[in-house]
Design a protein around this ligand. Structure first.
Ligand code: AMP
Ligand code: GLY
Length: 449
């Protein structure tokens, strides 16, 4: 099978890497890719957000499957164009991708499907914003309604700061969603969907803030790990039963079936599990950690999802090892990052047993040397017998990366490795009863093979 992977980032590098390990995948292509992907497969310099350009490339290559990585091409309708060209595509239609592209739309679907989430109000002007902030009280949560690369959310105790963020969004012609604050640890669960059937991957945790101790502004994600050795038993099944399957059923009922990854961003609050957000794609950098543990060949699973045959796909098998991904970001990220700096030491990193480098914002300069080309530059991904060992190896690798002015968090997976994450509150059974799905749902996934 020949697969075309759309997108430029670390998530796509991780997907390409896993596809290459699938014996049934004969050829992988990438567009536009990055310097790391280009060492593995042919890359094609097209505009990945242009549906026609992507469909034409897929036809020209004779691709059997197209995998769309990022949210922007999904929201632009790339999947629709590829599907219309008669090629199976792993990625939701433009309409289904609204689950991510519009937070207000996601809230409507969740309300309809009885999915537990934060109470929220949409505001389109300062008066409405002030009203909503006072309804929920501090800490305040203000979200840009549209796509903002993980940076559109402000969580603050400062009412003026909350109002100022809302005003910035209004000034840009947008609206905001203001919601109640959700306490408790966060979980990212990726659920593969074929429009009807849902299959969960293993849960992971992401680190959104730029600085250690979850300080500073939000980023696209500074690191991730799996497994969650602290997660309540039955969490995955709870999320399938109460979140993913009802959402997929509701999307099908609306005539806009969801095919691709339903990324459930969850908070395990003291009052139960709540959805913080949906994304319509794999998470970055969680994918780098999650796919490092996947033993089942990825191409076959994604093809089954694209063709509506997930109920017939083989059960997912996972390595018992732990995976930790640490992002190395450019100077000044998440502000405008410094780019064009040489990156050295990557070969030494890869020489560590069980460690590999996933490129995100990298490019080759005129001399063919790897330079920084974006905010999140790369991730060092390590597998180890447990989180302590995986962390050690990941940070051994990070220390060998030479990139002037670069930054990374030193506490990725640290609390989990020390056993310091506690979940309180009711879990399964304490949530509002949802309509149970009629669709067959082979949600089992074996963690120990
Ligand atoms: P989002 O773009 O919706 O994923 O939000 C980015 C980050 O902001 C989340 O990962 C959380 O850390 C934080 N956040 C979003 N919504 C809430 C909420 N209602 N309560 C607490 N934190 C939130
Ligand atoms: N790491 C979170 C995201 O991909 O949005």
């Amino acid at each position: 099978m020949k697969v075309l992977v759309i997108g430029p980032g670390g998530r796509e590098h991780a997907i390409v890497r896993s596809l290459l390990a699938d014996p049934n995948v004969s050829e992988v292509h990438s567009a536009p890719g990055n310097a790391g992907i280009a060492t593995l497969v042919p890359t094609h310099a097209i505009d990945a957000n242009n549906p026609e350009a992507v469909a034409n490339l897929a036809l020209k290559l004779g691709a059997d499957l197209v995998v769309v990585g990022p949210e922007a091409p999904l929201a632009a309708g790339v999947s629709d164009a590829v599907r219309e060209a008669g090629i199976p595509v792993f990625g939701p239609s433009r309409e289904a991708a609204q689950l991510e592209a519009s937070k207000a739309f996601a809230k409507q679907v969740m309300a309809e499907a009885n999915v537990p989430t934060a109470m929220a109000k949409v505001a389109v002007n300062a008066e409405e914003a002030a009203d909503a902030l006072d309804t929920f009280g501090a800490p305040y949560v203000v979200k840009d309604d549209g796509l903002a690369a993980g940076k559109g959310v402000v969580v603050t105790k400062d009412r003026d700061e909350a109002l100022a963020h809302a005003q910035t969004c209004f000034d840009a012609g947008g609206s905001v969603v203001i919601e109640e604050f959700l306490d408790g640890p966060e979980v990212s669960l990726f659920v593969l969907c074929d429009g009807r059937t849902t299959v969960p991957l293993v849960p992971a945790q992401d680190f959104k803030r730029i600085f250690d101790g979850d300080e500073g502004p939000n980023t696209g994600g500074m690191g991730a790990y799996t497994p969650l050795n602290w997660a309540p038993e039955g969490l995955v099944q709870e999320v399938i039963d109460r979140v993913a399957q009802p959402t997929v059923d509701e999307m099908a009922r609306r005539g806009t079936p969801f095919i691709g990854v339903l990324f459930c961003g969850l908070a395990l609050t003291s009052r139960g599990t709540r959805v913080i957000e949906f994304n319509a794609r794999f998470g970055d950098p969680e994918t780098q950690a999650v796919l490092a543990r996947l033993k089942t060949p990825l191409g076959g699973v994604l093809m089954a999802a694209a063709k509506g045959e997930l109920d017939k796909a083989e059960e997912l098998r996972w390595s018992k090892e732990s995976a930790v991904a640490v992002v190395v970001a450019a100077n000044n990220y998440p502000g405008t990052p410094r780019t064009g700096d040489r990156i050295r030491g990557l070969k030494k990193v890869e020489a560590i047993d069980g460690v590999h480098v996933i490129h995100a914002g990298t490019a080759l300069n005129e001399d063919g040397k790897v330079v920084s080309a974006g905010g999140r530059v790369l991730a060092v991904v390590a597998l180890g017998a447990d989180l302590v060992k995986a962390r050690e190896k990941a940070y051994d690798g990070v220390e060998l990366v030479q990139l002037e002015g670069s930054v990374f968090r030193t506490d990725i997976a640290a609390k989990a490795a020390r056993g310091e994450i506690k979940v309180s509150g009711p879990r399964t059974g304490a949530l509002p009863v949802t309509k149970l799905s009629s669709a067959a749902s082979p949600t089992s996934t074996k963690e120990d093979s």
